[in-house]
Design a protein. Structure first.
Length: 63
């Protein structure tokens, strides 16, 4: 019983950290896209961060 609780807590902690990272990626990607589009046309970093955030959210949804 104790091991199951520890495992569930560990999984929930990992999922929470991944969710925070995904949200951070989305916010950073959004910021970079906005800043870069205004300053210069290179939007690769913003797009990479947005897709990384979306990918992490998709992985979290599947697990």
């Amino acid at each position: 019983m104790g091991n199951v609780l520890v495992t569930k807590t560990k999984n929930n902690t990992i999922k929470t950290v991944l969710l925070l990272v995904a949200v951070g990626c989305l916010l950073a990607g959004n910021y970079f896209l906005y800043e870069v589009i205004i300053e210069n046309p290179e939007t690769l970093l913003g797009l990479i961060l947005l897709f990384a955030g979306i990918g992490l959210l998709w992985i979290l949804e599947k697990s």
